[in-house]
Design a protein around this ligand. Structure first.
Ligand SMILES: Cc1cc2nc3c(=O)[nH]c(=O)nc-3n(C[C@H](O)[C@H](O)[C@H](O)COP(=O)(O)O)c2cc1C
Length: 226
């Protein structure tokens, strides 16, 4: 027969365990110092889509001011956020819903990987890697000045497994769609952004210590226009 004391101790243990586990996100706990849980995205907004299209221009000069976590989360949601939780579908279309894109965020604080499921940013490396990324982007000043750089990478094998040689083209189409979503979201947030395609692939991989099968395909510096 369990004593009253042992029952109380057991209940306390269960309560502590439940309190440290975040609901809906297996493996991510409140004590996980490397994870930034992003606020749920704004899915209504106040700027008409047509206005974002009409006013979008490439912006290459930024004040250097950091972006808030809310802004970063909203931009990531627009690019690759989950918009159909039941089926796991995302904001941008993907051939066969295979989702080959992985997005990294490079700020003055570190290099983060975006996890669409859970809407979480996970720190990979601390420290400011913007200068190294700017070097990899042929020294373009906007990369260094940006509050945050969004680095799109592709895991080609995910799409190749089903579509073979068409995968390269499909990934190009997908990163264009995701990138444009992010650009338009930046306009709606009163931020500036530009697509950067001029970079040395290998130098980006090295600067950000990317996994071997994550090939950089697009960099988007975002910041407060100077
Ligand atoms: C695939 C692609 C790669 C690009 N690469 C760069 C780049 O490396 N650096 C840059 O400053 N702008 C880059 N741009 C931005 C273009 O220069 C810009 O879109 C063009 O001048 C038209 O201006 P707008 O974007 O304001 O309409 C790129 C655009 C695309 C679509």
């Amino acid at each position: 027969m369990p004593t009253v004391v042992s029952v109380v101790v057991l209940c306390l243990l269960v309560a502590v365990l439940l309190a440290t586990q975040c609901p809906g996100e297996p493996g991510l706990t409140n004590s996980d110092a490397n994870a930034v849980r992003l606020s749920p995205a704004d899915t209504t907004g106040s700027v008409p889509l047509e206005q974002t299209i009409a006013t979008r221009r490439s912006v290459r000069s930024f004040t250097g001011e950091a972006l808030s976590n809310e802004q970063i989360g909203q931009l990531l949601w627009a690019a690759q956020g989950i918009t159909d939780a039941q089926r796991g579908f995302r904001a941008a279309p993907s051939a066969g819903a295979l989702y080959p894109l992985e997005v990294y965020v490079v700020t003055a604080a570190g290099v983060y990987h975006y996890e669409p499921h859970g809407h979480v940013l996970r720190l990979r490396t601390g420290g400011d890697h913007k200068a190294a990324l700017a070097q990899a982007c042929l020294g373009q000043p906007c990369v260094q000045q940006a509050g945050a750089n969004f680095v799109f990478t592709a895991v080609y094998s995910r799409t190749q497994a089903k579509y073979g040689q068409r995968a390269r083209s499909y990934v190009d189409i997908e990163v264009g769609a995701a990138g444009e979503n992010l650009l338009l979201q930046a306009v709606a947030l009163d931020l500036g952004a530009v697509m950067v395609g001029a970079f040395r692939d290998e130098a980006v991989v090295q600067a950000l210590q990317l996994p071997a099968d994550h090939y950089p395909v697009l960099v988007i510096p975002v910041g407060h226009p100077a």
